[in-house]
Design a protein. Structure first.
Length: 355
């Protein structure tokens, strides 16, 4: 098959736009010869269990799945009865970007809380964590947070511990959507365990696709008492891969060594480079009318642009509006974003805002 796209076209729309890292592609190829038992009884899935134990500690269990929505929906479904509800930030992926799957597939009520920076606090959780025993109200039984958040911000381990303690004191569990968990680890310069299991998280969705993999994510149960039935729910939710070795091999390639950190550090560095260059342009007058709405703590930059600039800039570089009403956009960097990509983007932004 011939290449159908122009590989020179670059985007700042999503880290999902990037390709597959060569080391991950090599891992898929290495797993390809011969036969292996289907549905997860293969050597690569067995190795993945050991890899995640090295990150999160003994006794954890990993369930590879195809995508982040599948990881979140299936993981949450295992944590909650039919009458349960999940408290999440209003910006959470499970609330606004999963097509209603938590509600329609898992039957879970999402109790969403507005938050300016995408992060929950114990006080914000309490806005919806009430009404236990009231048969007229879905019972709040899980708190779900995202690390790094949909707004590119980060929780510290202490902030997550405070949420975990708050939830556990109320008989609730803590779930963490880690689609960009590697970016958080790179930015915090901490091992994965430090802000997950050691901070009181019960179940975590571990991302791969946004960081160089191809359709590879995992649900990792950190506290077995917090999850039930995942063996059956994964199949029920159409997330059980028959040729699971190819999903697991990708995650082994990312997490057995330091590839997950190398990729994430680079993406984070490119986001910082992008922000710094725009800030410098604003300071010297070569970029006009651009502001920022969130700190740049991982691989996303959230900015406001003068009217009309976003659409003209998108003629060369694709990216998404975040809040079109106030001119807010999101620029995402990936493991394969280059300094040249960033510099070309900033140069075009400068030309458009000065024109």
């Amino acid at each position: 098959m011939t290449t159908l796209h122009d590989p020179t076209v670059r985007s700042f729309a999503s880290d999902n736009y990037s390709g597959v890292h060569p080391e991950v592609l090599a891992a898929i190829t290495a797993a390809n010869d011969g036969h292996q038992i289907a549905y997860g009884e293969d050597l690569y899935t067995e190795r993945l269990q050991r890899v995640f134990e090295s990150h999160f500690g003994e006794g954890v269990e990993a369930f590879p799945v195809f995508n982040g929505t599948g990881a979140n929906v299936t993981g949450l479904q295992s944590m909650i009865p039919r009458w349960g509800a999940v408290v999440a930030a209003s910006t959470a992926h499970i609330n606004v970007d999963e097509g209603g799957a938590p509600e329609r597939v898992a039957g879970i009520k999402i109790l969403n809380v507005p938050t300016d920076d995408g992060k929950l606090t114990p006080e914000l959780v309490d806005r919806e964590a009430w009404g236990w025993g009231d048969e007229h109200r879905a019972q709040p039984l899980v708190v779900s947070i995202t690390q790094s958040t949909e707004l590119g911000t980060l929780y510290t381990p202490d902030e997550i511990r405070a949420l975990a303690d708050h939830a556990h004191e109320r008989g609730m569990r803590l779930h963490l959507d880690g689609a960009r968990l590697s970016n958080a680890a790179a930015a915090l310069d901490l091992p994965l365990r430090a802000f997950t299991r050691d901070a009181g998280v019960d179940v975590v969705s571990v991302g791969g696709t946004k960081n160089g993999a191809l359709a590879a994510e995992a649900i990792v149960v950190l506290d077995p008492a917090a999850s039930e039935g995942l063996r059956y729910l994964r199949k029920l939710n159409m997330q059980l891969a028959s040729k699971m070795r190819f999903v697991s091999a990708q995650l082994v390639a990312l997490y057995e060594g330091d590839l997950y950190l190398r990729n994430a550090r680079h993406a984070n560095d490119m986001a910082r480079r992008l922000r710094a260059a725009v800030e410098a342009g604003v300071a010297d007058g070569s970029i006009r009318g651009v502001g920022f709405t969130q700190p740049t703590q991982s691989n996303g930059v959230f900015a406001t642009l003068p009217e009309g600039v976003a659409d003209r800039l998108r003629e060369k570089f694709r990216f998404y509006d975040w809040d079109a009403a106030r001119g807010e956009v999101r620029w995402m960097c990936s493991f394969d974003t280059s300094e040249t990509d960033v510099d070309a983007f900033v140069a075009e932004l400068s030309a458009l805002t000065r024109g």
